[in-house]
Design a binder for this molecule. Structure first.
Ligand SMILES: [Zn+2]
Ligand SMILES: [Zn+2]
Length: 282
């Protein structure tokens, strides 16, 4: 029996599983990419995923770290990898050590500290790039990027054997191409993310938009979150084909959030939007 009733989205062939409600829990997994953004309370369904990309240390995003690591060990899986802002590595180690003592079993972990600008390889053709967000000290977001090689225009007319021959001669016939698949903003107040081209060009944007009602804009500022007015401004500068909204407040019912989004966004943006929490089994 799964621990969570997760939302489930399919975009082309890519699956997104998750749960995200402000102040309660946030975890967003993409199994085919082998990444899970934040870990929430470690739902059973995400335990097999090898890479956890933690954006910041707030309890609702990070509480499940020790359980995730320990449960993998219990099931005979390799130690999970946790990418986290480098200023959090000390406290994360302390939490894992404390749980090891409580549990009576060592909890194996592969911890990787990251800061804005870092890159980390997930698979041979897939890596994540880290960018800064404005939420808590050291908080970051992640873009997962596929690396491909493309034939240089000079060689596109050649046939297979000719290409093989050129390769044998050591001639560089292709150039590296980066395809940003998904950007996960995590918790953040408004930042002009359009300055980072790989965010603008990401096929999928997974973004927090916490507050929707006019009288909640002060709450957005205080908690360093986005209000729909700021989110609408941000979207005018981005070009993502699919936009998944996470981290919605419990103060506003989902049906009202849908209505406010429709009013606030141009139709061509609104049709790209999926509210993560709309996609749960009823
Ligand atoms: Zn949060
Ligand atoms: Zn937070």
């Amino acid at each position: 029996m799964a621990s969570h009733n997760l939302a489930h989205i399919k975009i082309d062939e890519l699956e997104i599983l998750g749960y995200s409600v402000a102040a309660e829990e946030t975890v967003v997994a993409m199994p085919q990419l082998d990444v899970c953004f934040d870990i929430g309370k470690a739902p059973d369904q995400i335990i097999p995923i090898n890479n956890i990309l933690l954006t910041h240390g707030h309890m609702d995003h990070a509480a499940g770290i020790a359980y995730y690591l320990s449960h993998r060990h219990f099931c005979g899986q390799s130690p999970g990898t946790i990418l986290a802002p480098e200023n959090l590595l000390g406290p994360i180690r302390e939490v894992i050590d404390a749980w090891s003592r409580l549990d009576g079993n060592k909890v194996p972990a592969n911890l990787v500290g990251v800061k804005a600008g870092d890159e980390y390889q997930i698979k041979p053709n897939l890596f994540t790039r880290v960018f800064p967000t404005k939420h808590s000290r050291g908080s970051v977001g992640y873009t997962v990027i596929e690396k491909r090689k493309k034939l240089k225009p000079d060689y596109t007319h050649l046939r297979g054997p000719q290409i093989v021959e050129l390769k044998k001669q050591g001639i560089e016939i292709d150039y590296p191409l980066e395809l940003p698949i998904v950007t996960y903003l995590g918790d953040t107040q408004y930042v002009d993310f359009s300055q980072l081209k790989y965010i603008v060009a990401s096929k999928i944007l997974i973004a927090e938009c916490t507050f929707y009602e006019a009288e909640h804009s002060g709450r957005a500022d205080a908690g360093r979150h986005m209000h729909i007015n700021e989110f609408a401004t941000l979207l005018t500068k981005l070009n993502n084909e699919h936009i998944v909204i996470t981290h919605t407040t419990q103060r506003t019912p989902l049906r009202d959030i849908r209505r406010i989004l429709k009013e606030a966004l141009p139709a061509e943006k609104y049709r790209r939007i999926t509210l993560l929490m709309d996609r749960r089994l009823k």
